[in-house]
Design a protein. Structure first.
Length: 292
């Protein structure tokens, strides 16, 4: 009876390669849960104002257009306009014209340069800000306003914002009744403006952003903040968490196209698994080839 032949090192390496790549392909593409954490309710932010109108039957034309463009999910996820790995690099990673969405494709409609967003009537002088938080975090909220002469029908840019904040507030890991409330001072302005909030956590690189439309004088369309009943009614439709202090959120998809196409067309999770597998295969192959 002829002796059994053992596979050659090259054939063994090929088998290991095939098995490893198959394992990589089997890795499930399970998204990490996003821990969403809040929105400005006074002056009410764009996403919160549209959510208050009702995602299924919004009243204002701009909110109707938002749903027609992006669906209802951005409104049910009203507390999620964030970048998980911002780490204070706001001006570096958010392009001009995409400040309201934080550069996220999901919230792209929030960047529309229109003069019909529901707005809050304000006046120069002291102003009480109110932010509804579903998960408090330690960090700093910095609030800016657009400069006099701002044109609301032009895309919002970083240069449109006054360098001097109208308010700054150190947040804690607790919030009374689910709100951060703090005072600021609005400068003299005329007509429509945008109040822009940046909330940078100090226990994580994650940051949150929002645009609130304000009118110095009576607005044509007044904005309302969601009630607690409306928040509770839509919570089951949300795809994000309403609690948590995690710092391991994955960076969301951004709408700013990279200068060069991605090196791999594979989804991030699959590409990462494949890279690990290929690395392991390479190591095994080298080990097999080195054996006598």
């Amino acid at each position: 009876m002829p002796p059994s032949r053992r596979p050659s090192p090259a054939r063994r390496a090929a088998s290991v390669t095939a098995a490893a790549l198959a394992a990589a392909a089997a890795v499930p593409l399970i998204p990490a849960a996003a821990h969403a954490h809040g929105a400005v309710f006074n002056p009410v932010s764009r996403v919160a104002a549209c959510y208050a109108e009702g995602p299924e039957r919004p009243a204002s034309q701009v909110c109707k257009d938002l749903v027609a463009d992006s669906g209802t999910q951005p409104l049910y996820d009203w507390n999620e306009v964030n970048i998980a790995d911002a780490a204070g690099r706001h001006r570096e990673i958010i392009p001009d014209g995409k400040l309201c969405s934080a550069g996220r494709e999901k919230y792209r409609a929030l960047d529309w340069a229109r003069a019909d967003w529901p707005s809050t009537a304000v006046a120069p002088g002291p102003f009480d800000f109110k932010v509804r938080v579903t998960a408090p975090h330690s960090g700093t909220m910095t609030v800016y306003i657009t400069k006099e002469g701002f044109e609301p029908t032009q895309p919002l840019t970083w240069a449109d914002l006054d360098e001097t904040p109208v308010a700054s507030y150190d947040t804690t890991r607790t919030a009374a009744d689910g709100y951060y409330s703090f005072s600021g001072a609005l400068p003299a302005r005329t007509g429509r403006h945008i109040i822009y909030k940046v909330w940078q956590r100090d226990d994580s690189p994650e940051a949150f952003y929002s645009c609130s439309d304000v009118t110095f004088g009576a607005p044509s369309t007044a904005a309302d903040a969601p009630t607690e009943q409306e928040i509770a009614a839509g919570a089951e439709r949300s795809t994000v968490s309403h609690a948590g202090h995690g710092g391991d959120e994955r960076p969301p998809a951004l709408s700013a196209a990279p200068a060069e196409p991605a090196a791999s067309p594979l989804p991030l999770a699959l590409a990462g698994a494949g890279a690990i597998a290929v690395f392991a295969v390479g190591g095994l192959g080298l080990s097999l080839r080195r054996r006598p």
